[in-house]
Every structure is written in structure tokens, then in C-alpha cells.
Design a protein around this ligand. Structure first.
Ligand code: TPP
Ligand code: MG
Length: 801
């Protein structure tokens, strides 16, 4: 570390900051002192926050100490309309912008469902969010807001969302329909600020996004907070050459190339931080060239989080260095050296800030704990009333801890009072206690479950049903031609729709759904991407969060696994974790179930339905159904995965005339063939094998009812399958997933969820593919996936039982 030149540089950078901001010296000094005050305030939040965890008032805490000064500097260049996709160290940034305040911060630390404005008590502390959609589901005035996309904990997960939030600016800048997007963008001038820790740059997400941003030239500003560690693992074990800016040199933009611009700056150097950010941010805002700031020499005064102590893995020299190069300490020294403040002023400030944070913290605690304590009083009174001395003694023991705890939880109330009911079975207030507990549970439980899906007017489940119209001369086309015609009309009618993926632009996707459409509708709306499934999904996600309607393609269902982390952790949880503040109506389009071999025939629906609660999963049997589902999805605010049948593109279908208007309701199965003997439940490509089997079973005297569930999430909302089961009293669930996968999911939904077990004459069955991946070629398929003969055999057995 270079200790000497620091103070020498200060004067010129100080002048530069003052000049650039065009402030009088007095105003400049006040603003710098206000900045220092903010740094102190945030530090005090970190110190007290940690104490709250260690004394048992909060469960876990992770704080932004050691990163204050850089964040105050970067907040200066975050404009209304900009977006942030960051991580858990950003509290100072959020305080400096005014999108978070200290009282609310502590409410989140206490997981206060009533007062945490960012996640409604669902997310860990320092996971922020602002409103993107209002209660009616309409997009807010994002142009005039600071837009904080809801944080997630998985390291580097924010990168791919950040790419999309930045890329949306490109879409808006090139759009021919700017006037329609006036509340969403100001000519694409918005920058996405993406913060990440030094160690998290080891993740594939980071490299994929830096490369993609360099290719796309999107206004993404990446800030790497380098504190030398990822928990206990030092940078030397994380990053080639021990430096992310060194390792990225080949990505740097040069004359005549694309790429990213890279800056390095010290995390304790207030003036240099202001200067560097000002230059870099305005550069990316103007040119859409991505920028990366490697912010070096940051510290962690309290270590990583409340879960451990950094004294265990940092040397005493390192700890000493961190104390000396603490950014707040350095800023203080700089203020004194440059005579911007006196020792007295700073000491007063420090005392005042400590008092302020303590008061706000206490206010948050009182708001959180008071209603819980009131419930304790109410519940304990009920438990104590009308008892004889012996029973009263037992109750007093059972509620002792609850009554005397300084930080009681709601669950402690349930436990103590349930124990009272279990131990004193003749309690005179039995009913009143039960009613009290039920009412309290009903009051609190929804806070922990709500907003998994959009619940307002733009819930996709509220989309009106419009039936397809088939005129007498309706054409019969190949499935891919139906899609192609549909996308053509859709892109003509809806300027918010974008489509992209591997081989989707120039050749119009591997099955020609978009053939010829790039030339017609423009390469800015229909385009190719690199082979980078995770960031294709993230790109679409960020665009959808900004009010666009991307349809992003994953070439084959098998490759969805590359993007599963983003789908599961980010997209599926967005509405839930932001407590309804944000929505991502992204559509991920893919194709699968059947083709050839181990890596092109997968149908991992069990993985998908279990990983993607919070998304809709559509499994249309043909392309007309797919079109109806696209129409439905485009009218709602929920994210969805839609899997087209790979073997359906060349099957003939009759095309409806109201191609962009008809809708297929989600969660409503369709009976494809009525029958009286057995109900067969399935979806997608498997239905064609089942239909074949049903014809042969019919010849054998077995009358099958075939039901297409159409969507796995949601699943048969109105229990139509149960109606069929009540008639046939036999049921089998068939799909191409592994045993215990998608078929077991459907079984559980109907047999347990719908109470189907009561209507069974013989045991319900599942029939799936084998446990191994499907082997290559047609015989591999026959022996790996459910085949017609197997279906006939199993159903015949069920009929004979
Ligand atoms: C995918 C994933 N792996 C592991 C973790 C656990 N974890 C949380 S923070 C962290 C270290 C991150 O270090 P860095 O990126 O340098 O950020 P810092 O905390 O130092 O600011 C780890 C390993 C996680 N949250 N997500
Ligand atoms: Mg780190």
C-alpha cells in the first residue's frame, strides 16, 4: 500500500471537486461536512445494528461499514430515473439517496412485517427496494424516481438483472415509440448502478455479464467494492492476479473496438471517488459504454457479518491496516488537513449522530415490539383467568419466559399458549384461548405468504377469457407457421414486446418461429445473443422490470438449468420479496420434452415446478394453445416459462383469426377426450402418445378420459380433474420426467390437494420416464420415455384390479 502521496494529491482533487460542482467554497464545505455526517450516521447504524443482533433483538445482521465514503460519492451521480442492482453493503448509498432511512432500516433488521418498507419483513436487513408498480399493477413514474431493484442474497445474482436494467435503456433509446414510454424512460439516459463485492466477481455471472455488456454496449456501471476478502477467503484465492481490474484488462474498450471502460480508485479517497465517478457515469450515460470501477482498499471494521469474527482469519497487521485506512477516519483527517472543519465541529457532529441513531433505533424497536407485548398481555390474561391455585401455578411456569423475555417473538406466544391448552385440558377459557390464537394467526400469517404472485387487477389469473375464432376458411398450417404469423402481428401491434436469444435474430430461431421477422421489425427488437442462458434470462428480467415485454428464448429446455438460479432466486421471488413493490412480467420461451438423446430430450418438470413457485409454468400441447397463453401472459404482470413441444412445429393446426386477441386461461385443464373408465392426466408432447394409446385401449373396451392440464403452475385452480375422477374412479398421471418428478407433483395436487383419494376404486398411479436421462435416437427414446405399449399395459392392469 502506498501511504505517502495521499495528502499531496488532495489539494488539486479538492479544487477539482469544488470547481466541477460550481459551488461556492462555503456551500462546498457544507456539503462535504454533510457527507461526512452521513458517513458517521451510517457507521453508527452498523455499530448499533450489530449490537442489536448480538443482544438477541435481531436474528442476523450484515452491514456497510468500511464502504461509506465511496457510496456517498456514487450517490451524487445517481440521478432520478437511474436503477440500482446491488448487494447487502449498500446502506450508505441508500441513506444518501434518501430512499432508505434509519428507522425503516432497523424495522427491517427486526423483521417487522408492519414497518419494513422494502420487503415487509420477508428479506434480511440491508435488502432494499423501491416501488416500480403501484397497487393497481401499473408502472410508476420511474423517470422521476430513484429505482432500487429488490436485493437478493446469492452473490453476483444481481449482475444479470443489472444487465437487463441497463439494456432497457438501449431499447428505449432506439425505440420508434418513445412517446408511449414517457413514464419509463427519458430517451434511454438511465444508468444501472450495479454493486458487487470483490470475491463475488469469481462467479460465472460476473464474467458472463461483463462480456455481454461489452458486446451490447449498455449503460451498466459496475462498482466492485474490494475489501480484500469474501468472508475469510482473500482476493489472492479469488481472482487471477489478485486484482479484478488487472484480470479484466482484455475487456477494455480501445479505439475501434467495443468493450468496457475500467477505472481504479481508492475507497477512502473522497475527492478522487467523486471525480472518478463523475467522469465514468456521465461517460456511460452519454455513450452507453459500460464502465467498471474497481474500488480498492476498502475495509470491514466489524468483519463480514454478525455470524463470525474476522479476528479468526485476518492477521493483526491486516487488522491494524484496516483501522488506519478506515474510510471515515481518512475523510476526517482530510477535512481537518484542508481546514474544512475543526476538531470541535467534528466532535460535536460525532456526538450528535450517535444520539440520533440511538433515538431512531429505539423508535423502530418500540414500533415492532409494542404490538407483540400487547398480545402477550392479552393472551396471558386469558390463560390465567378462572383457574384454581394449582393450575394457576402451572400456567405461571409455562408463560414465565414469555412474560419476562425482553425480545419475545410471536411464535413464543403460540408455543406458550398451546402448551397451556395441552397441559390444562379442562381450562375454563379453552375456547377463548383457541379463538385468540386463531385470530392472531390469521392476522399475522398473510404477511409471510402474500405477494408470491400479483394479486391486483393485473394478476394474470384475472385476464378475461377470449375464445379463438375459426372462420370457415381458417387456414391449416404447420405449428411453426402459426407462431411465425402470430409473432409478426404481435410485433406490429405491441411496441413493448422484444424477442431475443441464440439464433433467434438472423435465422429466426431454430424452428423458424421468427423467420423473416428481424428484417421486418428491426434488429433492435428481434435479435441474436451470445450463448449465455443465465444472462439472457437476466437481461429479459431487467427489461421486464422496467415495463417492457420481453420474450427471451432458451434454445432447448435442457439448457434452462444454466439460468435456473436467476429464475428461482430472482425472478420467482421478486414480487414476494419486494412485498408487491416490483413485478417482472418476463416470458421465457423454450422448447422441449422430446428430441434426441441425453441433452436434448429432458423434461425436468419436477425441478422446474418446485424451483419456480412465483412464476407460471405453461406446457401447451400445440402452438395454437401456446399463442393463446402468450396472449394471456402479455396482459398480466406475472413472470412465466412457456415450453413449446419440440415435436409439434411440423404438425398441422388450424389458425384462429383473432390471433393476438384470444386467450387461454391459466390453471384451467382441458378435456381432450371424454371417457368413463379412467382419467389420464398429462400435458405437452406426452398427450400424443396417450391419444394413440387411448385409441387402442378403446378397441380393447377401455374408455379413457384424457385431460391436458395446460399449466403446471398454477395447477387446476377449479378442481376440474376431481370432477373427472368422481366419474371414472381411476386415475393415472403420465409425463416424461423422472419417477417422482412432474407426475408425482400432479398426483399430490389431485390426490391430496383436491382430496381425490376419496374417489378411488384402485390405487392412483404415475407413469413417467426412467430415472436415467433419455438415451439417443428413436429406440433410446422408446426405452427411456413412457411409450404407447407401456401406457396400455399399466391402464389394462388398473382396469383389471
Ligand atoms: C451463491 C452464494 N454463495 C455463497 C454465499 C455466502 N456468502 C455471502 S457473502 C459471501 C462473501 C462475499 O464476499 P464479497 O463479494 O467480497 O463481498 P463482501 O461481503 O466482502 O462485501 C459469501 C461467500 C452467498 N450468499 N451466495
Ligand atoms: Mg469482499
Amino acid at each position: 500500500m502506498n501511504f505517502d502521496p495521499y495528502f499531496c494529491q488532495m489539494e488539486s482533487t479538492l479544487d477539482a471537486v469544488a470547481n466541477q460542482d460550481m459551488l461556492s467554497f462555503e456551500a462546498f464545505r457544507n456539503s462535504v461536512i454533510a457527507d461526512y455526517r452521513m458517513a458517521l450516521l451510517s457507521r453508527e447504524v452498523s455499530l448499533l445494528g450489530r449490537r442489536e443482533v448480538l443482544t438477541g433483538k435481531a436474528k442476523f445482521g450484515i452491514f456497510g461499514d468500511g464502504k461509506e465514503v465511496a457510496q456517498i460519492a456514487l450517490a451524487k451521480f445517481f440521478q432520478k430515473g437511474d436503477f440500482r442492482s446491488g448487494y447487502y453493503r449498500d446502506q450508505t448509498f441508500m441513506f444518501a439517496l434518501g430512499v432508505a432511512n434509519i428507522e425503516d432500516y432497523f424495522s427491517q433488521l427486526y423483521s417487522d412485517v408492519y414497518n419494513d418498507p422494502y420487503s415487509g419483513g420477508k428479506n434480511m436487513n440491508a435488502h432494499f427496494a423501491t416501488e416500480f408498480v403501484n397497487k393497481k399493477g401499473a408502472w410508476s413514474d420511474l423517470v422521476n424516481s430513484y429505482n432500487i431493484s429488490a436485493d437478493i442474497a446469492p452473490t453476483a445474482g444481481q449482475m444479470v438483472r443489472g444487465l437487463g436494467l441497463a439494456f432497457a435503456s438501449n431499447c428505449f433509446r432506439s425505440s420508434k415509440h418513445k412517446a408511449q414510454f414517457s413514464n419509463l424512460s427519458n430517451n434511454g439516459n438511465e444508468v444501472c448502478f450495479c454493486t458487487i463485492g470483490d470475491a463475488s466477481t469469481s462467479e460465472g455471472h460476473f464474467w458472463e455479464v461483463v462480456n455481454a455488456a461489452g458486446v451490447l454496449q449498455a449503460p451498466l456501471a459496475i462498482f466492485v467494492y474490494d475489501d480484500g476478502y469474501g468472508i475469510s477467503v482473500p482476493t489472492t484465492l479469488q481472482t487471477t492476479k489478485g486484482s479484478i481490474s488487472e484480470a479484466l484488462k482484455g475487456m477494455e474498450i480501445e479505439k475501434g473496438t467495443n468493450g468496457i471502460k475500467i477505472y481504479t480508485v481508492k475507497g477512502w479517497d473522497y475527492a478522487a471517488l467523486c471525480e472518478t465517478f463523475e467522469e465514468g457515469i456521465s461517460f456511460t450515460r452519454d455513450t452507453h459504454t459500460p464502465v467498471l470501477f474497481h474500488i480498492q482498499e476498502m475495509t470491514q471494521p466489524q468483519g463480514h457479518s454478525t455470524s463470525g469474527s474476522h479476528e479468526r482469519y485476518k492477521t493483526s497487521e491486516r487488522l491494524q491496516w484496516e483501522r488506519e485506512w478506515d474510510c471515515n477516519k481518512k475523510m476526517r483527517e482530510w477535512l481537518l488537513l484542508n481546514e474544512l472543519a475543526t476538531e470541535d465541529i467534528l466532535q460535536d457532529l460525532e456526538t450528535e449522530v450517535k444520539r440520533e441513531v440511538r433515538v431512531l433505533k429505539l423508535a423502530a424497536w418500540e414500533k415492532y415490539i409494542t404490538p407483540i407485548k400487547e398480545k402477550i398481555v392479552e393472551g396471558v390474561q386469558l390463560a390465567q383467568q378462572g383457574l384454581n391455585e394449582a393450575d394457576l401455578k402451572i400456567v405461571m411456569e409455562l408463560v414465565h419466559e414469555l412474560v419476562h423475555s425482553r425480545e419475545p417473538l410471536k411464535r413464543d406466544i403460540f408455543r406458550a399458549l398451546h402448551l397451556v391448552l395441552e397441559k390444562i385440558t379442562h381450562h375454563p377459557n379453552k375456547k377463548a384461548i383457541r379463538d385468540f390464537l386463531d385470530a392472531y394467526y390469521q392476522q399475522e400469517a398473510p404477511f409471510y405468504s402474500k405477494d408470491l404472485y400479483n394479486e391486483g387487477p393485473l394478476s394474470t389469473l384475472n385476464v378475461s377469457v377470449v375464445d379463438p375464432i375459426y372462420p370457415a376458411d381458417a387456414p391449416t398450417l404447420n405449428g411453426y407457421e402459426v407462431l411465425n404469423h402470430y409473432f409478426d402481428v404481435l410485433f406490429e401491434q405491441n411496441p413493448a414486446v422484444y424477442a431475443f436469444g441464440e439464433d433467434l435474430g438472423n435465422i429466426g430461431d431454430v424452428n423458424q418461429g421468427f423467420a423473416g421477422l428481424q428484417i421486418k421489425h428491426g434488429a433492435d427488437r428481434i435479435f441474436d445473443t451470445g450463448i449465455r442462458e443465465q444472462s439472457i434470462i437476466g437481461q429479459a428480467h431487467g427489461m421486464a422490470m422496467r415495463g417492457l415485454r420481453p420474450i427471451a428464448e432458451i434454445q432447448y429446455l435442457d439448457y434452462l438449468l444454466y439460468g435456473l438460479q436467476t429464475l428461482s432466486d430472482d425472478i420467482a421471488t421478486l414480487h414476494y420479496r419486494s412485498n408487491g413493490l416490483q413485478s417482472s412480467p418476463v416470458i421465457i420461451r423454450t422448447r422441449g420434452h422430446r428430441l434426441e438423446g441425453i441433452f436434448h430430450s429432458g423434461s425436468p418438470m419436477g425441478v422446474i415446478v418446485n424451483a419456480l413457485r412465483g412464476m407460471f409454468v405453461c406446457v401447451p400441447r400445440n402452438m395454437v394453445q401456446a399463442v393463446g397463453m402468450y396472449n394471456t401472459l402479455l396482459l398480466g404482470n406475472d413472470p412465466a416459462l412457456l415450453i413449446e413441444c419440440l415435436n409439434g412445429y411440423r404438425l398441422k393446426e388450424t389458425m384462429p383469426s383473432n390471433i393476438t386477441e384470444f386467450t387461454v386461461p391459466l390453471g384451467k385443464p382441458e378435456i381432450l377426450k371424454e371417457g368413463n373408465d379412467i382419467t389420464i392426466v398429462s400435458y405437452g408432447s406426452t398427450l400424443r402418445i396417450i391419444e394413440d394409446a387411448a385409441i387402442r385401449l378403446n378397441d380393447m373396451g377401455i374408455d379413457c378420459e384424457i385431460i391436458d392440464v395446460q399449466t403446471l403452475l398454477p395447477f387446476d385452480i377449479n378442481h376440474q380433474i376431481l370432477v373427472s375422477l368422481k366419474k371414472t374412479n381411476r386415475i393415472i398421471f403420465i409425463d416424461e420426467d423422472v419417477p417422482g418428478g412432474g407426475s408425482a407433483y400432479m398426483y399430490q395436487q389431485v390426490i391430496e390437494g383436491q382430496g381425490g383419494y376419496r374417489w378411488l376404486d384402485v390405487a392412483a398411479r404415475t407413469l413417467s420416464a426412467k430415472s436415467h436421462r433419455p438415451a439417443f435416437a428413436s429406440d433410446g427414446d422408446y426405452f427411456s420415455k413412457p411409450n404407447t405399449e407401456e401406457i396400455i399395459k399399466v391402464i389394462s392392469e388398473m382396469m383389471a384390479e
